[in-house]
Design a protein around this ligand. Sequence first.
Ligand SMILES: Nc1ncnc2c1ncn2[C@@H]1O[C@H](COP(=O)(O)OP(=O)(O)O)[C@@H](O)[C@H]1O
Ligand SMILES: [Mg+2]
Length: 239
Amino acid sequence: MLKIEQVVAGYGRLTALKNIDLRVDKGEVVFVVGPNGAGKSTLLKTISGLMAPTSGRISFQGERVDGKAPEQVCRKGLALIPEGRHIFKTLTVQENLLVGAMIRKNAMEVRADMEMVLETFPILRERYNGVAGHLSGGEQQQLAIARSILQRPTLLMIDEPSLGLAPLMIDQVYSSLRQLNQTGLTLLIVEQSTGRIMDLASRIYVLRNGNVVLEDAPGNLANGNALDAAYFGFSDNAA
Ligand SMILES: Nc1ncnc2c1ncn2[C@@H]1O[C@H](COP(=O)(O)OP(=O)(O)O)[C@@H](O)[C@H]1O
Ligand SMILES: [Mg+2]
């Protein structure tokens, strides 16, 4: 569904992504994990068109998207929730959700999807007319996810959904992501922490210093040693 080949990207003279190869198949939940500064956010920005790669190809459903503007990429069904969520804090929950649906034409479908996201995130129904800035961090993350669902993406990318959340909230966010995945949404999720990703992941990539140093299924990483070695760059085991 999403295929990234030999992608190089950076900021001026700094190369943040060095020949990245990565794929996401339909129905998968793919995690990209790595320490701070590894290039995770740069990867998502490059896929979503916020940055153009220096070289390499990015294709989505068989079509090249590298070099396309973010709104064109978004229209093809690739949505990004950036780090920090970017919800509108002075707007109500309802208004935030309607922003997500803005590019949609069919009002009946939007109503049905609105009902679906309120089922998935009951807290948003409770706070529907409340100001979004009053929600907790975890609730704001749920709002950001719900809003992007209303764009009807085929593939949703999320930059560090668990950042700054209490453990219980992480559970809630992850379980809603699982639910959305079960309804057919493909996910590409970036996290700094590997602690909770195993149950949800179809496949895991470890990114370090702009390189993919490991790619595997969670079942093969069960004891965690290979994952830790790649993540921290232990010399005996890492690529
Ligand atoms: N806007 C920017 N301008 C210059 N350098 C940046 C910018 N954003 C990130 N970088 C650098 O690019 C590298 C990768 O950063 P980033 O993709 O944000 O990593 P991560 O999301 O994994 O923490 C880091 O060395 C970081 O300092
Ligand atoms: Mg980041």
